[in-house]
Write a protein that binds this ligand. Structure first.
Ligand code: SAM
Length: 295
């Protein structure tokens, strides 16, 4: 079987229906695009892109001259029927996102599911993805891992999810926005513990690429002194000590089971979890409200 026969679609042009190509694009360094991605993007009839202005820059760099239509979270449904119709009429279409692999923390899966449902061939064109790029150079156990995408923005939902993940034996991977990193790190200390190892992979494949490696508590200090900029992936290998009691529970236990004053308890817990006393003091205040602990 030749490559053409195996691939179908723009690479075959024999069937009545077109092919949807799911094409990965670079996450920073444009040299990371594959030969095959450039060829497919140059051959298809239409490209569905998250942000057409952004993708035009990529096209200009590689001399690709193909019509672009937007396909993003806000017009997914209406665009979907138009794209499926065009595929059914025999056109080949490529789906791309702003960076990396479509459908990985990006829109696309609904369109792909609709194509499968009506028998339109879907062909992946693999390439970069931030989570795999980060994991490949993080230096942590990669035998088993769980990608959790972005953590919820609401504090309670974020804390609830982290509690569920406490004790998880696979390496955990999150995407995070730089302006939310500080709050997330405090939650990580609180729920998974300050001694837990963490890798923050920043600006991958770009000029300021960096891998911060240390404990979560060390990350709090580092990113307090120098707030993170750019794009981030957080990687947490499994704890070697089993599930961690969170700061709130540890503080509650200490206050209930000892004669220590609030100030003494805060000091002890701050030391144990490697956190600034002011952060633990804030937790102790919320405990007072919740459970009317004596001053
Ligand atoms: N589809 C993309 C992929 O395959 O990785 C992810 C898209 S998601 C909307 C964007 C997030 O991916 C960013 O907020 C960041 O967490 C991560 N990311 C993307 N590019 C990155 C880079 N160059 N360095 C570090 N993280 C990156």
């Amino acid at each position: 079987m030749t490559e053409e026969q195996r691939m179908g679609g723009a690479e075959q042009r024999a069937g009545h229906v077109g092919t949807l190509y799911v094409v990965a694009t670079p996450i920073g360094n444009l040299e990371d695009i594959t030969y095959r991605a450039v060829r497919i993007l140059s051959e298809v009839d239409l490209v569905a892109a998250e942000d057409t202005r952004h993708s035009r820059k990529l096209f200009a760099r590689f001399g690709i001259k193909k019509p672009l239509v937007s396909y993003h979270d806000h017009n997914e449904q209406q665009r979907q029927s138009m794209l499926v119709k065009r595929l059914q009429a025999g056109e080949d279409i490529a789906l791309i996102s702003d960076a990396g692999t479509p459908c990985i923390a990006d829109p696309g899966y609904r369109l792909i599911a609709s194509c499968h449902a009506v028998g339109i061939p879907v062909v992946p064109i693999p390439g970069p993805s931030a989570l795999i790029t980060a994991l490949s150079a993080a230096g942590v156990n990669t035998d088993r891992f769980a990608f959790e995408g972005y953590l919820p923005q609401r504090a309670k939902a974020r804390a609830d999810l982290l509690r569920k993940l406490n004790g998880e034996q696979r390496t955990l991977i999150f995407y995070e926005a730089p302006h939310r990193l500080a709050a997330t790190l405090i939650d990580l200390v609180d729920i998974l513990g300050g001694e837990r190892q963490l890798v923050v992979a920043r600006e991958l494949t770009k000029l300021h690429e960096e891998f911060f490696r240390g404990t979560v508590a060390e990350a709090v200090t580092r990113f307090e002194q120098e707030p993170a900029r750019g794009e981030l992936v957080l990687i947490l290998p499994p704890s070697t000590q089993g599930p961690q009691m969170n700061v709130r529970d540890a503080l509650r236990k200490l206050l209930n089971e000892s004669d220590l004053s609030r100030r003494e308890a805060v000091k002890l817990i701050a030391k144990e979890y490697g956190l600034p006393s002011s952060d633990v003091y804030r937790v102790s205040l919320s405990l007072t409200e919740e459970e009317a602990i004596d001053e």
